[in-house]
Design a binder for this molecule. Structure first.
Ligand SMILES: [Zn+2]
Length: 84
């Protein structure tokens, strides 16, 4: 019996296979602007929550920077605040 060419393989988890690189390291960004909404949106969900570094691939150093900047943007009502 030969295996079907188009047979689906089940993936064990929904994590991305490729290990993502840190966006900020790749672009050599050492600072994030809280006004830079387009960049910040890469790191938050549609609900305004900060994505876990596993999903974005952000290194821990930059993840802290992202978290700080997102919180600052929230305070200034640039990004939505997740409620309740
Ligand atoms: Zn980084």
């Amino acid at each position: 019996m030969s295996p079907k060419p188009g047979s689906k393989k089940k993936k064990s988890n929904n994590q991305p296979e490729e290990r993502k690189k840190c966006y900020l390291c790749e672009n050599k960004l050492d600072a994030l602007d809280y006004k830079d909404v387009d960049t910040l949106k890469k790191f938050v969900t549609l609900q305004g929550k900060i994505k876990p570094p596993r999903k974005t691939g952000t290194c821990s150093r930059h993840q802290r920077l992202v978290a700080r900047t997102v919180k600052r943007a929230r305070t200034l009502a640039i990004l939505p605040v997740k409620r309740g």
